[in-house]
Design a protein around this ligand. Sequence first.
Ligand SMILES: Cc1ncc(COP(=O)(O)O)c(C=O)c1O
Length: 362
Amino acid sequence: MSDLTFETQAHPARRTDAERAALMTNPGFGKVFTDHMVVARYAAGRGWYDARIQAREAIPLDPAAAVLHYAQEIFEGLKAYRTADGGAALFRPDANARRFRLSAERMAMAPFPEDAFVDAMRKLVEIDRSWIPDTPDGSLYLRPFMIASEAFLGVKPASEYLFVTIASAVGSYFKDPNGTVTVWVSEHFTRAAPGGTGAAKCGGNYAASLAAQAEATSQGCEQVVFLDAAERRYIEELGGMNVFFVFADGTLQTPPLSDSILPGITRDSVITLAREAGLTVKEEPYTIDAWRADVRAGRLTEAFACGTAAVITPIGTVKGREDNFTIGDAVAGPVARRLRGMLVDIQRGTTQDSHGWFQKVF
Ligand SMILES: Cc1ncc(COP(=O)(O)O)c(C=O)c1O
């Protein structure tokens, strides 16, 4: 247990009910921010200190801060959900705390204590509780991150860090929450390489993915499918989501975790729920050629993306330089719909959770 405690300095002038209601009418994703944020500082030799919940404001940063030059930065993404009794709950915040620690280790950063991480999420949800949407697709998205704040020029791990968490009232990530997405297979750009940082949630991975994302957008696609860096054959994941394939015999398959795939908490939850529902789930490599051939032969009936932001989003059409293919009629399939229902019911507390994933905040 860490002894880090958060002092609360409530916002002196929170937005009014009317202002908040206007902002939350159609929030989109990641555009509407709450009144508060969490901040904590770290210095080598001193550890974590000055932890507080305070008014959301700009962060003063020295222009030589290491993060601005060497991108020593990590982040997380998790949601608080409105429950039927008017309360709120988090979904597996301990798993995000653990992944945040592992990301910090990979980026040679100071680990943030896992219990303090969960405590910070709970405190932010409590103080900004009026920002949690009560719409079916709405939630409060929490974005913890850590940056190297030490001012120096020189390539070495920094000795000072800043931990911050902001919160955003969000609706669904994709425009049509019940529709399917079209994905672009990136043949030129890769996201992560063996030995690299693909399994860490660091900003650099996303910076490296943006040229591919821009290419996808220009092709009318919502997301990128990244292939492995060595052979450009094996499907790894999407730009911000893991991927599952559903076969006509009812089997599910997802690429196995490696140091070039982000270990998604939704991915892990889907595997558990699918197995409990009696489905066979294989964590095995799958090539883009096999995907195309299996769709054409009718062996593959569904594919879906999954992640905190996307929940479970079926993939309708796959586009690439070579050719395009469409899965079924490009509508949400029964397996994706069923798993989504099981997951969402646990997240929102409308079903019994036997896993300890649903964590009530108030
Ligand atoms: C690259 C990438 N893969 C997968 C995921 C899904 O992870 P999770 O289910 O923990 O949100 C995300 C989102 O965080 C991501 O950015």
